[in-house]
Design a protein around this ligand. Structure first.
Ligand SMILES: Cc1cc2nc3c(=O)[nH]c(=O)nc-3n(C[C@H](O)[C@H](O)[C@H](O)COP(=O)(O)OP(=O)(O)OC[C@H]3O[C@@H](n4cnc5c(N)ncnc54)[C@H](O)[C@@H]3O)c2cc1C
Ligand code: SF4
Length: 555
């Protein structure tokens, strides 16, 4: 470790207010944020012998508490088990659509992976070339081939259970680190209907252990993966935080970075100024900085770091910091079947269909095509349609035999499909600062300006059409649809610090270094140029490993 006041095991920050949160001396790398992006950067650089300090705004949650958190999470009215909300997390949502930001993130050591579902898949080659191939959005400055080796490394780091059975997947060199979870009972119900319609089902990549892996045990089927896995089978970024620390990095919790300060030239960041619970402000100096605060807080921190030299915020000479905010939208159809569907026995998705990803308008044997302009669709066969008997019982007003008959009547026949649909990057969708409202430190809060465009709405309708065809073929009495009017976000914040070759059209270059600052990189889905329709975290992890390589090369 470096020669600062912190840095040994004895001074490592813990959960309590008594931890030593004073800065270390000038270190090699200061990473801001300990979600999967920050934790992977920190662990990779620490393994290579670099002096690393991680500053994390949230606190450490004790793994020994997970069972209690799980119990709390299934009780009605239990609130956020990850303590989101309140002054620290204040935000506004002045756009056309309200964005439920605090349901969509966690601030704590491990970031949003504390709460996530753990579905991990690679983007398709097409996602990197939407402008060239489809004439929409923009191309990334890197292609799928650049990321393929990092995707393979990311799958090993996170521990992904999967099978090479997806005929629509991009090329890959080898198998997954662990075998896929077997298809659920619900999947077996869908199988015949999909076969008749010419719809392919295949496994899903899951960042949860199907067998013992990396010192963690296999999934034991609590079924509460989201918001909390008590067994440790689901990957959280705490895995890489622990590894970073074991390799000598220092991770300081409850150290919310207020702003980045640059040197006289305005071209390098000198220090991250952070606040601690005792009301102190400290400066952590470093040779390199990696901002990994997620897709909303990363642009906010850059905007909060405005100076005389950079009056519109750091790394913002393009004026694009915060712009092109994207999320995936949910589309779903569900109903009841005249036979048991065994829902909520499995807490995650075991089968998907990526057939409508590259070619969403395609016809199948049983589903008519469309030539409407629509985007990628990722179809999901859900295993948790309708509430579980436990959830129903905990929320019920009846007792004893009356409760039993309510449960018998309501549970058993629900079935449903979901889908993710991508959004095109649009300049007007953005994260900005709302100066009329401040957080617990007096900083302007993030304002999410979010609107869903017509092409996205058409894509959701197309997803519903395919879902209805499959459920009808199965004989389901359809009772609900989540369509373009009542859709919601999938909690994947993308696009707000986009990557590109032209400094006037992007915030970071193809190595994810900011165009404006020589020693500052961004590891986040904020750098995505397009959203695709795949859950983003495997791509975030692959990019973080790549950032670590680039930072390491410059040290
Ligand atoms: C309910 C839910 C389900 C999800 N399911 C999936 C899924 O199945 N598959 C998938 O791919 N993705 C999923 N996601 C998304 C996934 O969790 C995120 O993509 C991922 O966690 C982002 O990683 P990150 O490291 O960029 O940011 P985060 O995980 O958001 O971590 C950022 C960290 O930075 C810290 N921070 C922020 N500002 C500051 C500051 N100023 N100073 C210091 N620290 C700061 C935060 O406290 C946080 O800990 C889900 C998310 C949610 C909420
Ligand atoms: S089903 Fe598996 S991954 Fe999900 S909470 Fe239970 S043990 Fe964890």
């Amino acid at each position: 470790m470096s020669d600062g006041s912190g840095g040994s095991d004895g001074t490592r920050a813990g959960t309590g207010g008594e931890a030593d949160r004073r800065p270390s001396g000038r270190v090699d790398v200061c990473v801001i944020g300990s979600g999967p992006a920050g934790a992977l950067v920190a662990a990779t650089l620490a393994r290579r012998g670099r002096d690393v300090v991680v500053l994390e705004a949230g606190r450490r949650f004790d793994p020994a508490e997970r069972l209690r958190q799980m119990e709390r999470s299934i009780r009605p009215g239990g609130g956020s088990v990850w303590e989101m909300g309140g002054a620290r997390d204040a935000f506004t949502s002045p756009g056309e659509r309200r964005y439920p930001l605090n349901a969509a993130r966690v601030k704590g050591v491990g970031g949003s992976t504390l709460h996530w579902q753990g579905m991990v898949m690679r983007l398709h080659e097409l996602d990197f070339e939407r402008r060239t191939r489809e004439g929409v959005a923009d191309d990334w400055p890197i292609g799928y081939d650049d990321l393929a080796p990092y995707y393979a490394r990311a799958e090993r780091e996170l521990g992904v259970a999967g099978a090479v059975d997806d005929p629509f997947a991009p090329p890959r060199d080898g198998p997954f680190p662990m075998p896929a979870f077997p298809p659920s009972y619900g999947d077996s119900l869908f199988a015949d209907a999909c076969e008749r319609l010419g719809v392919a089902m295949h496994s899903v990549g899951n960042a949860r252990n199907s067998e013992a892996y990396d010192g963690r045990g296999p999934c034991v089927g609590y079924g509460t993966c989201k918001p909390v896995c008590p067994s440790g089978a689901k990957y959280t970024a705490e895995v890489h935080v622990a590894e970073a620390e074991a390799e000598g990095a220092r991770v300081v919790d409850r150290a919310a970075v207020q702003r980045l300060e640059h040197g006289d030239s305005g071209e390098v960041v000198e220090a991250a100024v952070y606040a601690t619970p005792d009301g102190e402000e400290h400066r952590q100096e470093a040779r390199r900085f990696v901002v990994a605060c997620g897709g909303v807080e990363t642009p906010r921190l850059l905007l909060l770091s405005a100076s005389d030299r950079h009056p519109d915020g750091l790394a913002n000479s393009s004026g694009l910091v915060g712009r092109y905010f994207m999320d995936h939208l949910f589309a779903g159809v569900g109903g009841r079947l005249d036979e048991p569907t065994r829902q909520n026995h499995v807490g995650f998705i075991t089968s998907e269909c990526h057939q409508f990803y590259d070619d969403p308008g395609r016809a199948t044997r049983g589903i008519p095509g469309t030539d409407a302009d629509v985007g990628s669709i990722k179809l999901e066969f859900l295993n948790y349609a309708g509430p579980s008997p436990v959830e129903m019982a905990l929320g019920a007003e009846e007792w004893g035999d009356d409760l039993l008959s309510v449960l018998r009547e309501a549970y058993g026949n629900e079935i449903a499909m979901g889908a993710l649909v991508g959004q095109l990057p649009r300049r007007e969708n953005r994260v900005a600062l709302d100066r009329s409202r401040t957080d617990d430190h007096g900083n302007p809060v993030p304002a999410i300006h979010w609107r869903i465009d017509d092409r996205t709405k058409r894509t959701i309708e197309r997803a519903n059409e395919i879902q209805r065809a499959i459920l009808s073929e199965l004989g389901v009495e359809i009772t609900w649809t989540v369509g373009p009017e009542n859709t919601g976000p999938a909690f994947h914040h993308m696009g707000t610090t986009r990557m590109g070759t032209d400094p006037e059209e992007s915030v970071v270059d193809s190595t994810l270094r900011t165009h404006d600052l020589d020693n500052c990189w961004i590891a986040s889905s904020g750098v995505f140029v397009t959203s695709g329709a795949m859950n983003p975290t495997l791509t975030i992890a692959a990019l973080a490993l790549r950032v670590a390589d680039h930072v390491d090369e410059t040290l």
